[in-house]
Design a protein around this ligand. Structure first.
Ligand code: 13P
Length: 249
């Protein structure tokens, strides 16, 4: 059975005191959740969040990292720096990083390998733009992003990766993909993994949907065959809203 996951991506939001309050309030819901609950928080919230989430079911992730172990990379954070404070997850290749910070399929692949080498679980984001979808290129884009990101990883490592299908046109726009479209895209990603690494591996990878998920549309998305949960942006900033999404799975 694949793991079900609800992950929040706080992006550049939440101060440490807000993070700690949020985690304290979420704790009783996470305790009874039928899925893994992950919060991917800004670097400056990591330490506070990890301490507050100790002895709870809430897991903490970062939103990015560099692939090198150390060195002259001003402003960057190394995988070991995350690992040594007990961070368990890290988002890799979010479309906002690809768009605003020049991340490429090549750097995403380097980061995935570095995460694995440091026993961090990567949450790999893939997704097409509206233009690409309108041109009928969505499948090609998302399967290619997946293939290039996973290149060089073993089957065992791939089964640990969490993939998030996040169509760029659905992020922060209120335009959620239909459950059929989201499920189909996720099936295409799974088929690609099956063709490269075998069906068993593909059936074991947790694949999430992300893009305007909220308490109103979550249940419907989770009723599908291949959507194993959600990567939630805006709706993960309000504890009541995030709780409802967790309870929808
Ligand atoms: P929204 O849920 O705000 O659309 O953001 C999705 C996202 O980018 C999660 O990584």
């Amino acid at each position: 059975m694949r793991k079900k996951v609800i992950a929040g991506n706080w992006k550049m939001n939440m101060l440490p005191n807000e993070a700690m309050n949020f985690i304290n309030n979420l704790e009783p819901i996470a305790k009874n959740a039928k899925c893994d609950v992950i919060l991917c928080v800004p670097y400056t919230d990591l330490f506070y969040s990890l301490l507050t989430a100790q002895n709870t079911n809430i897991k903490i992730g970062a939103q990015n990292m560099h692939w090198e172990e150390k060195g002259a990379y001003t402003g960057e954070i190394a995988p070991q720096m995350l690992k040594c404070i007990n961070v368990e997850y890290v988002i890799i290749g979010h479309s906002e990083r690809r768009q605003y910070f020049a991340e490429t399929d090549e750097t995403v692949n380097k980061k995935l390998k570095a995460a694995m080498a440091n026993k961090l679980i990567p949450i790999l984001c893939v997704g097409e733009t509206l233009k690409q979808r309108e041109l009928g290129l969505a499948e090609e884009i998302i399967t290619q992003q997946t293939e290039l990101a996973l290149e060089g990883l073993s089957k065992e490592q791939i089964e640990k990766v969490i993939i998030a299908y996040e169509p760029i046109w659905a992020i922060g726009t209120g335009k959620v993909a239909t459950k059929e479209d989201a499920n189909n895209a996720i099936k295409q990603i799974r088929n690609k993994i099956a063709s490269l690494y075998g069906k068993e591996t593909s059936e074991n990878v947790t694949i999430l949907y992300g893009g305007s998920v909220n308490s109103q549309n979550a249940k419907e998305l989770f009723s599908t065959s291949d959507i194993d949960g959600a990567l939630v942006g805006g709706a993960s900033l309000k504890v009541e809203e995030f709780e409802k999404i967790i309870n929808s799975i």
